[in-house]
Design a protein around this ligand. Structure first.
Ligand SMILES: [Zn+2]
Length: 274
């Protein structure tokens, strides 16, 4: 009988311990942990979603490929300065200069660095989405370009690419063939010691593939870029064509730029200069 009672007590004890001791406390604790975990996962997922949105649609304020260590060497100019449309002066020890040295800023470049500005802009691409653009130009047209590019952006005007020509190793033809819009690329006018308008950063080309440079040389039609032949006929109707009805034409000319499409000895439909 005593033995039976003892076994019974043991069973009761075991059942009590089992219910209240371990599982009774661990179960809620496990639930809390799981609930924290799922909150963390949700938060992380949201963060990564936000980041994706930021990268694809709402570009940040930092120039591409340019770390912030150069910030103390750069001075924001007094030109138009907003979160997404701004100009920066840069020096020979800056990250920006490192990107253009020996490329668009060739070794024989006679344009002082303090005359150039790095511009950050937004533009609507051919995909209809906002993209970041980078331009190096002369400080004399920096404010014009920031105002014009902001107006083009707000109007939804499509510009496919606005990258530094240095990303094409400063090769004009390669940049134009890729329909890249760009400004500064140091060079003298052929067989002269005169700096070209792009050489001083006083000119810019817009959607060059659709708006070629056309010149007749010794009776032969010279077209740049070479792959822009389908867009030589300016009477034809196609998208991204710059003519007098085009918004870029209207904004640039309103800011005092002249248009290469109005030249007589050659035509440079992509080109605006001051
Ligand atoms: Zn040009």
């Amino acid at each position: 009988m005593k033995r039976y009672v003892a076994i019974l007590v043991c069973i009761v004890l075991l059942v009590t311990l089992g219910a209240c001791g371990k599982d009774g406390e661990q179960q809620p604790a496990k639930e809390v942990v799981e609930s924290i975990k799922s909150e963390e996962i949700l938060e992380a997922a949201n963060k990564s979603k936000d980041k994706t949105t930021d990268e694809n649609q709402v570009p940040n304020n930092e120039p591409n490929n340019d770390n912030t260590t150069g910030e103390d060497r750069m001075t924001t100019t007094n030109v138009k300065d907003t979160e997404n449309f701004y100009g920066i002066e840069f020096t020979a020890d800056s990250d920006i200069f490192a990107r253009i040295k020996g490329k668009s800023y060739k070794d024989d470049c006679t344009v002082p660095l303090e005359d150039l500005r790095y511009l950050h802009v937004l533009h609507v691409g051919f995909d209809g989405q906002p993209h970041e653009g980078e331009i190096i130009c002369n400080k004399a047209i920096a404010e014009d370009l920031l105002e014009i590019f902001e107006q083009l952006y707000e109007a939804g005007y499509q510009i496919e690419k606005i990258k530094l020509v240095d990303e094409y190793n400063a090769e004009d033809e390669a940049s134009m063939a890729d329909n890249n819009s760009s400004s500064f690329n140091f060079r003298f006018i052929s067989h002269t010691t005169k700096i070209s308008k792009h050489g001083s950063g006083m000119a810019i080309d817009i959607n060059p593939l659709y708006n070629p440079y056309i010149k007749t040389v010794n009776g032969n039609l010279n077209i740049e870029p070479a792959n822009s032949t389908p867009y030589v006929d300016r009477a034809a109707d196609f998208p991204h064509k710059i003519d007098e009805t085009d918004l870029a034409y209207q904004l640039f000319t309103a800011h005092g730029f002249s248009w290469g499409g109005a030249w007589t000895t050659s035509k440079d439909y992509q080109h605006f200069e001051k």
